[in-house]
Structure formats: C-alpha cells, structure tokens
Design a protein around this ligand. Structure first.
Ligand code: DGL
Length: 259
C-alpha cells in the first residue's frame, strides 16, 4: 500500500458524486475510484440486509482495486452497513455519512427542521440515535422521498414532473413554516435549487458532504495516509449499470454548477 493508492468512494448510484465534489475540492492531489451501483439503485426502499450485502460487495470490489480508504457516500448504506463493515474490515479506514441534523438544529434553535432522506435512513437506529440527541433543540420532521433518487439517476435535475413530485410531499406540511431543510440523501443536493425554490428560497439548506470530506481528511491525517503528491490526482469512474451513458452522466454531475 502506498500513499498514492486510491480512495474508494461508493454510492447506490450517482448521489455520492455530491460528496466526491467536496472531497476533491479539499484533497485534489489524491487518486479516487468512484463506484456508483446504479444497477441496484435505489437502495432506500430495500431491507437492511439487502443494503448491507450490496454495500459490502462494492467495498470488496474496491478493496480488490487496492483502495487505501473507503467513503460510503450514501446515507442509506452508511446507516445499514457502516457498523458491520467496520467490524468486517477493522484495518480499513471507512468513512460514513449521516444527515446534517446537528448543524441544522444548531442553526435553527427552537425552529422547525425538515429531514429529507430515504425510508431506510429514517428507519435505522443510526438516525434514531441522532434524532434523540437533538430533538429538544428544534422540532424535527422526518420525510422520506421514495422516487427522488430516480430523477437524479436519469439526470433530471429540474422539470415540471420533478416539481410536481416534490410538491406532492411538501404539501403534506400543510403550510407549516420550515426553518431548515436537511438533505439526508446524497442524491438530493443535485435538486437543491428546486427544493429551495419550492420553499420560496426562505429556508436554510444543509447537507453532509463537506463535513464528510473534512472527516476523511482528519482520518487520513491521523494515520499518515495523506498523499504527498503535489500534482492533481485522477478519478476512475465505475458503474454497475450496463448503460455506458452512466459514466458520461457521472462526469456531467461532477462538473455541473450547483447553488
Ligand atoms: N444516495 C443514497 C443516500 O444517500 C440513497 C439513494 C437510494 O435510495 O439509492 O441515502
């Protein structure tokens, strides 16, 4: 293992690219493998056991490619598989992501925070523990959005159908004032602008990507695994889907401007 071995970043599909963007901003000289499991996406409506096995298979593939660390850039896979994978691979640095509930609640004290995530993320113990820790500081509303990752998987980041889909869910809030929105699924930052507009640009929006990138750097630093290269590294794009356009779409999502 050398310091220039790649860092493996995985997601159920394209969503983790929102995390990869933050990681490469922070550590441009590392090499990366991004593995999107689009063939098996979405993970969010699957059982815990299924999500664990799918995630574990991807981690095994990345280990065969010599990764020095793994980032589970998927809230769903992190909740369902993070702990078990750390037990399975005690020597491997595994960085997981969680919904950015803490910064949202701290920024909206006494307010109302809407957590958008998959069904699996919201039902797992990891989220229950997080919510228990912060529930007295703000009113927390959980809202699963099954069907939303599929829009991102086909590169549909704004359309009348997408807006109608989201409004169908947000109308369930019956006009309650929302102060903060947590994007607790790594696919959702790609539709952040639409979500913000549907709340009249009057909410603060939080996601866990930048925090996860900082956590990865801290972890690598603590074990002296940061690359000492002074030139930009490369990204190897992999996807389980047979559709060759998924790689093109991945590269497009990596570069697209998000606000
Ligand atoms: N990107 C994943 C997450 O962060 C979930 C999308 C899916 O359901 O596959 O939770």
């Amino acid at each position: 293992m050398t310091l220039d071995n790649p860092i493996g970043i995985m997601d159920s599909g394209m969503g983790g690219i929102s995390v990869l963007r933050e990681i490469t901003k922070l550590m441009p000289n590392e090499n990366y493998i991004f593995y999107g499991d689009s063939k098996n996406a979405p993970y969010g409506s699957r059982s815990t056991e299924e999500i664990y096995h799918l995630t574990s298979d991807v981690v095994d593939k990345m280990l065969d490619m010599g990764v020095k660390a793994v980032v589970i850039a998927c809230n769903t896979a992190s909740s369902a598989a993070g702990k078990r994978l750390r037990e399975k691979y005690p020597q491997l640095p595994i960085i997981a992501i969680e919904p950015a509930l803490k910064p949202a609640v701290i920024s909206c004290p006494g307010g109302r925070v809407l957590v958008l995530a998959t069904e699996a993320t919201l039902r797992e113990q990891k989220f229950a523990t997080l919510m228990e820790a912060w529930k007295d500081r703000a009113e927390i509303i959980k809202m699963p959005l099954p069907g939303l990752p599929e829009f991102v998987e086909r590169g549909e980041l704004d359309s009348p159908e997408l807006r109608k889909f989201l409004m169908g869910y947000f109308s369930q809030l019956e006009g309650k004032k929302i102060d903060g929105v947590v994007l607790g699924c790594t696919h959702y930052p790609f539709v952040r602008k639409v979500i913000s507009e549907l709340f009249n640009n009057e909410v603060r929006i939080f996601d866990g990507a930048a925090g996860t990138a900082r956590q990865l750097r801290r972890r690598l630093h603590s074990i002296n695994m940061i690359s000492n290269s002074s030139t930009p590294g490369n990204i190897t794009w992999l996807n389980s889907s047979d559709d060759p356009e998924m790689i093109e779409l991945s590269k497009k999502l990596y570069k697209i401007k998000l606000d």
